[in-house]
Design a protein around this ligand. Sequence first.
Ligand SMILES: Cc1cc2nc3c(=O)[nH]c(=O)nc-3n(C[C@H](O)[C@H](O)[C@H](O)COP(=O)(O)OP(=O)(O)OC[C@H]3O[C@@H](n4cnc5c(N)ncnc54)[C@H](O)[C@@H]3O)c2cc1C
Length: 378
Amino acid sequence: MDFEFNEEQKMFREAVKDFASREVAPLVDEAEANESCPAELFTKMGKLGYLCPGYPAEYGGGGLGESGTCIMVEELARVCSGITSGLMVQSGLATYPILSHGSEEQKQRFLVPAVNGDKIAAYGLTEPNAGSDAAAIETSAKRDGDYYIINGSKIYITNGTICDFVTLAVSTDKSQGSRGISTIVVEKGTTGFSASKISKLGHHSADTAELVFEDCWVPATNLIGEEGRGYKYMLESLNSARISHAARSLGLAQAAYEASLEYAKERTQFGQPIGQFQTIAFKLANMATEIEAARWLIYRVAWLYDQGDECRKEAPMAKVFASDLAIRLAEEAMRIHAGAGYMAESRVHRYFRDAILYHTTEGTTEIQNLIISRELGL
Ligand SMILES: Cc1cc2nc3c(=O)[nH]c(=O)nc-3n(C[C@H](O)[C@H](O)[C@H](O)COP(=O)(O)OP(=O)(O)OC[C@H]3O[C@@H](n4cnc5c(N)ncnc54)[C@H](O)[C@@H]3O)c2cc1C
């Protein structure tokens, strides 16, 4: 057994950590206030090779696998989960189907510019009537000669208004249910495609949108892989995305812990730092212990995935464990900061609002538990 990150992974972590504190942290307050994701980060990170660290070097990636993606996501989420969510859609859900099933021409046209940060990508699956029940999507794509005509809408789409293209799940044959779902890339500027921003409780620095497709003609050459295989592609993408989602939760949990530790040392009540009260000290001890446990669970699953294991049970386990942890620790941080934490300008206030989302994205906690229990034979 070897519990050490290798030299390349350590160097990558240091580089991303440095980037996050120098380039991302100064943008957070403005991005949160404006409810927008700083698009320039895609370009900066792409040029440095930080945007898709898990992808093969031949397409501009870092060749560091899922472990590399987790390192990047964890360090960024320690600074801001909202901004991280936009960046990780780019490094996973929106591009993974193209990497795995796209033609070489599609990879050069969509994947490489996304990896380099020249294009921003979004992933459109969820609809008003199809959330957890993704096979129920109604957005249709009807073939007409060399085109598909797309009609329907998508909701809660990250990067929706800032994207250059969306990797879209569509129904090409409703009668086939999940076997009638396909994946197609729709580019910004295509007639009939529009996006409008949605406001939300947390993750203010992530762009979230409703997408509408009205008689939107898309070249058939934008179909990814085979018609009717889109549901399978989606399951594959979500599986790896769950591992990096767990790393995002870990980053936020770490941030909540660090802020609490600092505050416990500086805030004085009854003539002593509050960290000297056993109740607060034990909270911090538990936080540190749980973070340690989560880190090794997540990186073990990422390592397993990089060895070629599908991690059908382990990926949702990591996601559930880490999202529960982040939500709990964000609440603990609020309790340790008390009134100061509740104020709008407080960092922990943001962690609290952001963490609660983790039960929902990349499949809800209930759906993860459903997958895990099926894998257990139940
Ligand atoms: C900020 C944000 C960003 C997002 N970004 C994207 C994105 O970029 N692209 C995208 O496609 N989607 C995105 N989503 C959508 C997200 O993936 C969905 O919200 C999620 O899959 C849940 O769907 P739903 O909200 O419709 O909930 P529902 O599916 O309606 O679930 C409601 C409740 O019922 C429970 N439930 C449902 N079915 C079952 C079942 N079979 N057994 C037990 N319990 C069940 C759920 O767990 C949940 O508690 C985003 C959502 C948010 C909030």
